[in-house]
Design a protein around this ligand. Structure first.
Ligand SMILES: *Cc1c(COP(=O)(O)O)cnc(C)c1O
Length: 409
C-alpha cells in the first residue's frame, strides 16, 4: 500500500538524497489540492466508486485504502519518510509499519514472528517494559527467554538453543548506556538462524542505523526524539518487505495497535527537523557529560563517547555521536540524588526522554522500580544513579543549573 495511491502527484524519495533532504521531502504524497504542508487524513474509512471496486480492493486486485486500522495516507507518509531515513544497505528493500506506541511496536515485532516452543535471547539491560515482554509476557505463551550481558559476545553465543528465533537488544541501553556490538551480534544471530531485533530509540536514525550492521528489524518509540517535543505517543517497526508481508503486516492489521493519523501527522512534521534537533541534542549531551565527568561530587558519568566509557571505541564506530542521554552517579546515594533533582531549576523531573526540554529521572525509584534490588545492582542502577535527557536549551544554562544543584547536595 502506497500513500501515492489515489493522491495527486508524488515525489518519490531519491536514494541519493542526503538525510536532511529525505527528512523534509521523503514520503510526501500530495492530494489533488497540491498542498505544501502534508495533509492530515483524519478518516477511519474510505469510499468506493462501486461495489465491484470495493470487492476488488478487498481481494487486493486493486490498490487503495480500505480502513485506517490497516493503512492511512498520513500514517503511510510517516512510514515512508522513516524508510527513507533508515536506509536500505546492501540492496535490501525496507518497509515499515507505524504503531500507537513504542511498546506496541516492540510487542508486535516479537509476537508476529514467535510461537509457543520458540526461544529468545535478549540483553538484560533493557527499557523496563521491554524487559517485561521478554521476561514475563512471552513465557506465558510458551516462548522461553534467556537474559544475558549484552556486551559479552560469548554470552550471546552460549545462550543459543536449537529453537532460538530472535535476538533482542537496545544500544545504547537504558539507563546505563551500555554499547553492544551490532555487527558481531547480528553475525551470531544469523549463524544461529535467528533474527536480530534492535530497539534504536536512544540513537535515532540520525546517529545509528542498525540495518548497516546487519540488524533484521529496527523498532522505535516515536514518542521520544522523533516527536521530540513531548506531545504524542507513537512507534514504528522497520524490516525487509518480505518480513512485513509474511509476519508483521497481517499481525498488526488483525490485532489493531494502529497509529492515529493525527499523531502520524505530528511525527511526520517532526521528522523535518530530526537531524537538526538530534545533532543539537548530541552537542549539548556531550558538553553536559564532560562537565559532570569532571565534577568532584559525581562518582561516575556514563556517556557513550567519553574516554572513560568502557565501549567508547565501539560507540564511535557505530554511532555518529554520543546522543543526548547521560547517566550520572552522585556521591551520597538516594538522598543526594533526590536533593540534586529537587534543586534543579531548568531541568525538569520527568521519566520521558528525547524532549526539547531537559528531563531528569531517578531510575531505581521510577522506570526500573519493578526490578528486584539484585537485578538493579546487576545492571548498575544504584541508589545514586540519575538519568538525564539533555534538551535543546543553551548548554551553558544547563551546566550552570547542574552546578548550582550539585552545590546543594
Ligand atoms: C520509551 C521507550 C520504549 C517504549 O515507548 P513508548 O512510546 O513509551 O511505548 C521502548 N524502548 C525504549 C528504549 C524507550 O526509551
Amino acid at each position: 500500500m502506497s500513500a501515492k495511491q489515489g493522491s495527486g502527484t508524488p515525489k518519490t524519495p531519491s536514494q541519493n538524497w542526503r538525510p536532511r533532504t529525505k527528512a523534509v521531502h521523503g514520503g510526501t504524497a500530495r492530494s489533488p489540492f497540491g498542498e505544501t504542508g502534508e495533509a492530515m487524513f483524519l478518516t477511519s474509512g474510505y469510499v468506493y466508486d462501486s461495489a465491484e471496486d470495493a470487492e476488488a480492493r478487498f481481494k487486493g486486485e486493486e490498490p487503495g485504502f480500505i480502513y485506517s486500522r490497516f493503512a492511512n495516507p498520513t500514517v503511510r507518509m510517516f512510514e515512508e519518510r522513516m524508510i527513507a531515513l533508515e536506509g536500505a544497505p546492501g540492496g535490501r528493500t525496507i518497509d515499515a509499519r507505524a504503531t500507537a506506541t513504542g511498546m506496541a511496536a516492540v510487542t508486535a515485532a516479537m509476537l508476529c514472528q514467535l510461537s509457543a516452543g520458540d526461544h529468545v535471547v535478549a540483553a538484560k539491560a533493557l527499557f523496563g517494559s521491554c524487559r517485561y515482554i521478554v521476561e514475563d509476557l512471552l513465557p506465558r505463551f510458551g516462548i522461553t527467554s534467556t537474559l544475558i550481558e549484552g556486551t559479552d559476545l560469548a554470552q550471546w553465543k552460549a545462550a543459543v538453543q536449537p529453537n532460538t528465533k530472535v535476538f533482542f537488544l537496545e544500544t545504547p541501553s537504558n539507563p546505563t548506556l551500555e554499547i553492544i556490538d551490532l555487527q558481531a551480534v547480528a553475525d551470531i544471530a544469523h549463524e544461529a538462524g535467528a533474527r536480530l531485533v534492535v530497539d534504536n530509540v536512544f540513537a535515532t536514525p540520525v546517529l545509528q542505523r542498525p540495518f548497516e550492521f546487519g540488524a533484521d528489524i529496527t523498532v522505535y518509540s516515536a514518542t521520544k526524539h522523533i516527536d521530540g517535543q513531548g506531545r504524542c505517543l507513537g512507534g514504528i517497526v522497520l524490516a525487509d518487505e518480505e518480513f512485513i508481508a509474511e509476519h508483521l503486516g497481517n499481525f498488526l492489521r488483525q490485532t489493531g495497535p494502529a497509529l492515529s493519523p493525527f499523531n502520524a501527522w505530528v511525527m511526520l512534521k517532526s521528522l523535518e527537523t530530526l537531524d537538526l534537533r538530534v545533532s543539537a541534542h548530541a552537542a549539548n549531551g556531550e558538553a553536559v557529560a564532560r562537565f559532570l565527568d569532571a565534577h568532584p561530587k559525581v562518582q561516575k558519568t556514563l556517556y557513550p563517547t567519553l574516554d572513560s566509557h568502557p565501549q567508547a571505541a565501539l560507540a564511535r564506530r557505530q554511532m555518529a555521536a554520543g546522543g543526548n542521554i547521560v547517566a550520572l552517579e552522585v556521591k551520597g546515594g538516594k538522598e543526594a540524588a533526590f536533593r540534586l533533582a529537587n534543586a534543579l531549576q531548568i531541568i525538569l523531573i520527568s521519566n520521558n526522554l528525547g524532549d526539547a526540554k531537559s528531563l531528569i529521572t531517578h531510575p531505581a525509584t521510577t522506570t526500573h522500580q519493578r526490578l528486584s534490588e539484585e537485578a538493579r545492582a546487576e545492571l548498575g542502577i544504584s541508589a545514586g544513579l540519575l538519568r538525564l535527557s539533555v534538551g535543546l536549551e543553551d548548554s551553558q544554562d544547563l551546566i550552570e543549573d547542574l552546578d548550582r544543584a550539585l552545590a546543594a547536595v
